[in-house]
Design a protein around this ligand. Sequence first.
Ligand code: SF4
Length: 324
Amino acid sequence: MVLDQGIEVEAVNCLTPFCLCSGKKGCGHEAKRATDRFGVKLKIFNISTEYIEVIKGPRYGYGKNLNPCIDCRILMHRKAKEYMRNTGASFVITGEVLGQRPMSQHRAALKTIERESGLEGLILRPLSARLLPPSIPEKEGWIDRERLLEISGRSRRPQMALAARYRIVDYPCPAGGCLLTDPGFARRMKDLMAHCEITLNDIQLLKSGRHFRLRNQAKLVVGRNKEENEALLRLAKRDDICLRPVDVKGPIGVGRGYFDQTTITLASQIIARYSDGLPDDKVSPVKGPVPKGVRIAIEDLASRKKDLIFVKGISNSQLEAFRI
Ligand code: SF4
């Protein structure tokens, strides 16, 4: 819409570890595809490190889960302002819609974001512009307010109709927020924040597998399928331990933190719980009837030293006490 008014536009994309579009090609790929289509230059800011600080104590609080939407948008708008100043651009355009998101897109929140990012009067929101006070670009006549829209509310239908008008068909799902709005992910993230200094690797690890807090300083992540097992192995760090069943099919587990013998046994019991079937006689370390159990290999990734342990799978009721 803004290009249609003959205005020169460049795009800014902020990457965080919580984007939902971080498939194999990554979020930057989606933004690049969109900007290429319109012949618009793209600047990508990776704000992951700053974002972690925001999540720890957002000035404007959290939404329903761990989503600090107002602080998040302030940070992104500050990046846009930085780029605006560096490139000599005159104002910032966003796709925000009045009333679309309960926390960050009501009138007061839009005002707060504008003020806190130092962009007062300089944010143009073409989709809702005619419902909002005129911005500087409208007052100055750089852009024709009459050709802007008055969309509001939670329905995405008008935006989808607009997209169809511009022949945009392959856009991401227009509803929902980032991973921080997901209750399960938020729970795991809160657990992480309560127990250690967070790294980007820790956050990536939250995206795969089942998570268990075994003790204050030790957690176990168990893959749910082949892709997750591979992801866990890629993310495992030197200080981690890796667990896997030896004689039967089963998941990979990555243990992070301090693991004494009791914790290693517990982690092995969890891996055994998710492993297939029973081992053959030959894997049982005891004579006589085969006890229900699985042989688990535990590898210290720093020393590459391996140990074997024979354990029974933990019961479902015991397991739940450790699930994050
Ligand atoms: S849903 Fe996530 S990315 Fe979107 S504004 Fe909220 S915190 Fe930021």
